[in-house]
Ligand binder design. Structure first.
Ligand SMILES: Nc1ncnc2c1ncn2[C@@H]1O[C@H](COP(=O)(O)OP(=O)(O)OP(=O)(O)O)[C@@H](O)[C@H]1O
Length: 576
């Protein structure tokens, strides 16, 4: 994203010094007054910072990086309930003035890349969640199937020190460049055999099975705490039949909880997101996001303030509706073969992981008022299948991504008018070491907004978005039907508001008209996004014009007809 292109320059240690003394990448035409703002960082006291009103958000983030060490791309700034997501916009564009407080949310990657080197020079790479311990790494080594990998024979050395099994990865390595040295400790047995008056001593390397309990591979688990933990689907309509993939996910999550493997809170994100574990405790299988832990909801664990007007972190969304939107993105991600009917194909055209609304009970969730076992402490939220990944698009240059993988996400984001498509919300997977890269879109809690003010698409800056859709994608786009989609969501229990329905009608219309004219995802996506915070996007202009054209009290159909005509005129000009 834009932050990637910022040049780093050292600045004064003290954030409250005059902005004229500090040296960020400022607007050359910057003039006007300096103001004092305050940064609220969870776990720290309020930090004063002097800025100019014409400073860019990027420059403020850069100063926070220089003084506090939080890398720019891991920072999220929130002011007055809104994320300051446009790096090139200015402090004054967001209405920030003297004495205001900016909330800083720091995203820390959950995964560490660890290289394990054997004595004979073999290397293995593992992506390990930072909350795991050394024994977990050993189990991953054992699972490679190599003979030296037997768990009980392993010794891991880092920085000249043998690592204790209980040590946590985060405490051992802060970056992705850690190399653990694997020493295979063959235990030996000394046997003595009497030969006349002497003894023959023989030293025998023990076979793994002789070395005790092969159940070492099993995770030691706490006793299952019975009904103190629970998870079950929440269906908006009893007629909805859950697909097998979701039923399997729910069974696996319940088995993990009952075995005593707690949900593990992610260190990333602005809301509470919890990794659900399987029966063995070796695998994450799902991500649970409770609605009351969304940004600005009452139990948000990241220190964000409570929303005063109910509006979410992005304009046109509502606090507490993130889970609905997550599930809607899955339901609307129809497979290539046709409308999602919830009976056969699990993954849709854009690859949104299977997602379902659930209620879940566990003491690890964030309860400000304290936790007691019982029905009132059930949390409702979305459960999404965990996707094994090797990182997200923030960690890799976009050129490596296959065009079709990018296009399938463009189609989804345009349809859903996504207001939160940054590179961290696209996971990268690949089959084997050399297989082609695949992209998996996640985090759809801010799609289908009531208006287009905050639409942002990271892929607008990627070269693939300037290439035309292929014919398969165009056919898919032409098969979309907003009316049917709204009915499908209603069948699942979510009746879209008039505003959100309108959004879906407009985006589907735009996508279809654009694809007919062979416009690229970039051409179409740019129509939905503002270039700067205060300059309306083309779609907003079209809506204004339509509003001024139709008579007061005209029907929604008349309004949409007007949108259609204005859109045709604009797109025809664009495609000349
Ligand atoms: N389906 C999934 N499979 C694997 N990892 C996931 C999945 N969904 C989310 N994650 C990971 O969980 C963490 C938190 O998730 P996410 O970013 O969606 O939370 P959030 O609070 O909604 O974030 P944001 O601040 O970007 O809106 C991230 O590290 C993300 O990569």
């Amino acid at each position: 994203m834009a932050s990637a292109g910022i040049t780093l320059r050292p600045i004064n240690e003290d954030l409250s010094v005059s902005p004229l003394l500090s040296d960020g990448p400022r607007n050359p035409h910057c003039s006007g007054d300096s103001i004092m703002i305050y940064l609220a960082v969870p776990g720290a006291s309020m930090i004063p910072m002097r800025v100019m009103e014409c400073d860019s958000i990027a420059s403020v983030k850069l100063r926070i990086q220089s003084c506090k060490g939080f890398v720019v791309k891991n920072q999220k700034l929130v002011f007055d309930g809104r994320e300051l997501s446009r790096n090139h916009s200015l402090i004054r564009d967001y209405g920030i003035s003297d004495g205001n407080v900016l909330h800083v949310v720091i995203r820390i990657s959950d995964l560490r890349v660890i290289t394990v080197k054997t004595a004979c020079g073999k290397k293995f790479k593992f992506h390990i969640e930072r909350g795991r311990d050394v024994q977990y790494v050993k189990r991953q080594i054992a699972m490679t199937g190599n003979p030296f990998g037997e768990l009980q024979n392993q010794e891991l050395i880092f920085d000249g020190e043998e690592l204790d099994d209980k040590r946590i990865i985060h405490d051992i390595c802060k970056n992705n460049d850690a190399v653990f040295h694997l020493i295979v400790r063959k235990s030996v047995k000394v046997r003595s055999k009497p030969i006349e008056r002497d003894f023959e001593l023989s030293v025998v390397a023990a076979l793994p099975e002789e070395d005790g309990d092969s159940n070492d591979f099993q995770v030691t688990t706490k006793k299952a705490p019975g009904k103190d933990v629970w998870i079950e689907p929440v269906l908006g309509n009893p007629k909805v039949e859950l697909p097998q993939v979701i039923r399997d996910l729910l069974h696996a999550a319940l088995a993990g909880l009952e075995k005593g493997h707690p949900p593990i809170m992610s260190s990333e994100g602005t809301g509470g997101a919890y990794f659900m574990q399987d029966l063995s405790g070796d695998e994450f299988i799902g991500v649970f996001k409770p609605i009351d832990e969304e940004p600005m909801a009452e139990n948000n664990p990241r220190g964000l303030p409570f929303s005063t007007n109910g509006e979410g972190l992005k304009r046109g969304t509502r606090v507490g509706e993130g889970a609905l939107r997550e599930v809607a993105a899955y339901i609307l991600d129809h497979p290539l073969s046709g409308h999602r009917s919830f009976s056969h194909v699990d993954i849709g055209f854009s690859g949104v992981p299977p997602t379902v609304m659930v209620k879940c009970l566990h003491g690890v969730f964030n309860h400000r008022a304290g936790f007691e076992h019982g029905p009132k402490h059930f949390k409702i939220g979305s459960l999404q299948m965990f996707v094994k990944n090797c990182g997200c698009c923030e960690e890799m240059g976009p050129r490596a991504f296959p065009v079709q993988e990018v296009h399938k996400i463009c189609v989804l984001d345009i349809r859903l008018a996504n207001t939160d498509r940054h590179a961290g919300n696209i996971l990268i997977t690949r089959e084997g070491e050399e297989g082609p890269l695949m992209l998996v879109p996640i985090d759809h809690g801010y799609c289908l907004p009531e208006n287009f003010e905050d639409c942002t698409f990271e892929w607008l800056y990627w070269p693939q978005s300037r290439q035309p859709f292929n014919s398969e994608t165009i056919d898919y786009i032409q098969s979309l039907d907003a009316e049917q989609d709204i009915a499908l969501l209603k069948f699942h229990g979510w009746e879209l508001s008039r505003e959100c329905s309108r959004t879906l009608h407009i985006t589907t219309m735009l996508l279809k008209k654009g694809a007919t004219r062979r416009l690229t995802p970039y051409d179409i996506g740019s129509i939905l996004c503002r270039e700067t915070i205060n300059k309306e996007s083309k779609i907003e202009e079209i809506i204004h014009e339509a509003n001024s054209t139709v008579l007061p009290g005209a029907s929604e159909a008349a309004f949409m007809e007007s949108i259609s005509q204005i859109m045709d005129r604009y797109l025809d000009e664009l495609s000349i």
